[in-house]
Ligand binder design. Structure first.
Ligand code: SAH
Length: 213
């Protein structure tokens, strides 16, 4: 089967799994996932499974990418903060649905590869930063939306504080390995409102920077 045929099958599967937002499905359809994985993994690019990238990290299962994107309820004018650029796949999906994606990664090598992919795909509305995403991006805050693609041990309040007070939404996996829940936080003038969405499996959000990479 060609990438195209595999892709169509994947989109159908995502619909069955409850991804009903046509804009989200359209964005998944437009991003060539095969360019975000190692050559040896390309034949599996449109399987609904997570795949390994370098530095022991993973690119999430397409269902999870689509689910988190749908849960963000993105507006075209929104500026989105993403923590954990990884391969850049989630950033690329977001870039089709909002004004600007600001994405932070702690591994230099991963970030450099992701930046090359954004250039190749002419995704010019993604701004990248090497750093510890747990601290957010205070110079650019507040953000209409925040998506965290690594699991925080507890609710990351430094990030929640960078949400727009007027209807900001953050989607974040919280918990220890083996017991993580995807949480949606909404912020309004009354404060923060948390909603548990589903049980998930993410690599951990790690404090600080790695040595020499
Ligand atoms: N969104 C990515 C998923 C990558 S996995 C994709 O679509 O491919 C999670 C990523 O979060 C890893 O690359 C990991 O290095 C990164 N990460 C973990 N802790 C971090 C932190 N404190 N700051 C920035 N990135 C972090």
């Amino acid at each position: 089967m060609s990438y195209e045929a595999h892709k169509i099958r994947l989109i159908m599967e995502l619909r069955k799994q409850g991804i009903t937002d046509k804009r989200v499905l359209g964005a998944v359809e437009r991003v060539p996932r095969e360019l975000f994985v190692a050559d040896a993994m390309r034949s599996e690019a449109y399987e609904n499974i997570p795949l390994p990238i370098s530095q022991g990290q993973t690119i999430s299962q397409p269902f999870i990418v689509a689910y988190m994107t749908q849960a963000l309820a993105l507006g075209e004018r929104d500026r989105v903060l993403e923590i954990g650029t990884g391969s850049g796949y989630q950033s690329a999906v977001l870039a089709h649905l909002c004004r600007r994606v600001c994405t932070i990664e702690r591994y230099r090598t991963l970030l450099a590869q992701a930046e090359t992919r954004f250039e190749t795909l002419k995704l010019h509305n993604i701004t990248t930063r090497l750093g510890d995403g747990g601290k957010g991006w205070p110079e650019l805050a507040p953000f209409a939306r925040i998506i965290v693609t690594a699991a925080a041990p507890t609710m990351p309040s430094a990030l929640a504080d960078q949400l727009d007070e007027d209807g900001g939404i953050m989607v974040v996996p919280v918990g220890q390995p083996g017991a993580q829940t995807l949480i949606r936080v909404r912020r309004d003038d009354a404060g923060f409102h948390e909603e548990r969405l589903l049980d998930v499996r993410f690599v951990p959000l790690v404090d600080g920077m790695p040595q020499g990479r």
